[in-house]
Design a protein around this ligand. Structure first.
Ligand code: SF4
Ligand code: SF4
Length: 505
């Protein structure tokens, strides 16, 4: 059988002149690639185990390690790309579903990369964000169609405004569960959310006891497995989210392997330690929009209508009609997750081949909600491949109220997108439940890095607004004339509601 095995994907090179055999690299690697060969008196590497997580390279005090792509060549075949051949080798060896993590790795064209933003020139001049105030504050929740005021010794708002949540910048942290992530990462996200005036979303894993003090900046999720859902959890949070779908794996449930269900995760999820945490594909009490409406209102009732209810759906073909149904079901926020959204574990075949891009989903949902007179009833949060402040600005110009970031936040904490989160061996401690690995995340330092990221993006967003000649994020929202497409076909441009570069309107 050995002769069918694939060559390694990566190779570690150790500069023997620089290496002082301190063995730090053998401790740093979560995947067991490096060990000390006592006989030879030097470090040896098992290249086939390397996932290019870079931990050894970054922490080698001598900078003696480099990680390189293995240069083994395959015979060229346009019909049989190498990754498909390697998938067949792996399935022939295992007979199972191929698992992966993070976001879609296929080379679908990024629509964000084919959109450019407008800038003002002479008659409508740009604004200097260093000298003029710029408003990024964003409220999420249902909005009344009009406001009524009473005039009694000054003006008083008469209209009752539904509950909303306030973001100081239009970015939230995506739903990522404790279990998929380690506790120090959740603590980093919670501290950063509080400092930056935004929100952490628990994902489907419940809320750890240590994070209740941060609850004002936390959105709690109610998913099909109902892990960790109880009265205190719902009441503590700033908002509640019903998870229907996830961009990386629309239409399928979740599976947290028993090895990742340690005591903390088990207690938070309210399941026995060491057991697999399986979330069914559907909610077993939701088979129609009417059923969803019942759950939305049951949750509203449970918190005396004091918090907005969000519904998270995956971006799929009929997303506009689905979103309208969700709005009519009483949701205050709709979170749409595009097909590049990340996951801690998913079948590769689903991650890479199911769903549609978030850019398309935002445009068609915003448009349909407007046409049906529902746009004010819901806020739209977009996630699934928001990689920079430019993507953020383009998503907002297409119609989103705010964006959720997951992978970007993990990259800020050191993630190398090695796509091996499901193994539980993350060398950076981000997605591992092994104490010797997750202890590497310092929540204070992690929070600082996340706050820096949000601050940097916010400053860039202000620059973009200034260049567009507007001074508030509200003025960019849904303003598709601020976008132009380059190299997009006519039908895609029409769906996006965007003109081609060079077109005057
Ligand atoms: S960390 Fe660097 S110097 Fe230390 S043993 Fe590994 S390769 Fe050598
Ligand atoms: S979180 Fe860790 S295991 Fe997952 S992709 Fe990032 S570095 Fe790899």
């Amino acid at each position: 059988m050995k002769r069918y095995e694939m060559p390694p994907s990566f190779r570690l090179k150790i500069d023997r002149d620089l290496c002082v055999a301190c063995k730090r690299c053998t401790d740093e690697c979560g995947f067991g690639v490096l060990s000390y060969d006592h006989e030879a008196g030097r470090i040896k590497a098992e290249h086939a185990r390397c996932v290019a997580c870079h931990r050894c390279m970054v922490y080698c005090p001598q900078s003696a390690i480099t990680v390189e792509a293995d240069t083994h060549a395959y015979q060229q075949s346009a019909a049989w790309p190498v990754h498909l051949r390697e998938q067949v080798y792996r399935q022939a060896a295992t007979g199972g579903i191929l698992l992966t993590a993070m976001g879609n790795a296929m080379q679908y064209e990024s629509i964000f990369d084919r959109l450019v933003l407008d800038a003002c020139q002479v008659t409508n001049p740009s604004i200097d964000p260093l000298r003029e105030p710029m408003e990024l504050r964003t409220y999420l929740g249902s909005r009344p169609d009009s406001l009524e005021f009473e005039q009694e010794g000054g003006y008083r708002l008469k209209t009752e405004v539904p509950p909303q949540i306030r973001l100081e910048t239009p970015v939230l942290f995506s739903a990522m569960s404790l279990g998929a992530l380690s506790l120090p990462v959740h603590k980093s996200l919670a501290t950063a959310a509080r400092t930056a005036g935004t929100f952490l979303n628990t994902g489907e894993g419940g809320l750890h006891e240590d994070l209740y003090p941060y609850a004002e900046n936390i959105i709690v999720q109610v998913a099909s497995g109902r892990f960790g859902v109880f009265d205190k959890y719902l009441r503590a949070a700033a908002a509640i989210e019903i998870k229907i779908g996830q961009g990386a794996k629309p239409g399928i449930g979740g599976h947290l392997p028993g090895e990742k269900v340690g005591d903390e995760v088990a207690a938070t999820r309210m399941i026995p330690a060491g057991t697999d945490a399986l979330s069914p594909a559907p909610h077993h009490d939701i088979y129609s929009i009417e059923d969803l409406r019942q759950l939305v209102f049951a949750l509203k009732e449970s918190v005396e209508y004091s918090k907005p209810i969000s519904v998270k759906i995956a971006a799929v073909h009929n997303i506009a009609a689905i979103a309208c149904g969700v709005a009519r079901a009483g949701a205050d926020i709709i979170q749409i997750d595009g097909f590049r959204g990340s996951t801690g574990a998913a079948p590769t075949i689903i991650r890479d081949h199911v769903g549609i891009p978030i850019e398309i989903a935002i445009a068609v949902v915003d448009q349909r909600l407007r046409e049906e007179g529902l746009r004010n009833r819901v806020s739209l949060v977009a996630g699934g491949s928001i990689r920079s402040s430019a993507d953020l600005a383009k998503a907002i110009a297409l119609g989103a109220d705010a964006c959720a970031i997951g992978t970007a936040a993990l990259i800020a904490l050191g993630c190398r997108v090695c796509m091996k989160c499901y193994t539980g061996n993350c060398s950076w401690g981000i997605t591992s439940q092994r104490p010797e690995l997750y202890g590497r995340i310092d929540p204070h330092e992690g929070a600082e890095r996340l706050v820096n990221l949000l601050r940097g993006w916010s400053l860039e967003l202000k620059e973009i607004l200034g260049a567009c000649g507007v001074n508030s994020i509200e003025s960019l929202r849904g303003s598709r004339m601020r976008l132009r497409g380059i190299g997009l076909d006519a039908q895609t441009l029409e769906i996006l509601g965007v003109s081609a570069a060079g077109a005057s309107c």
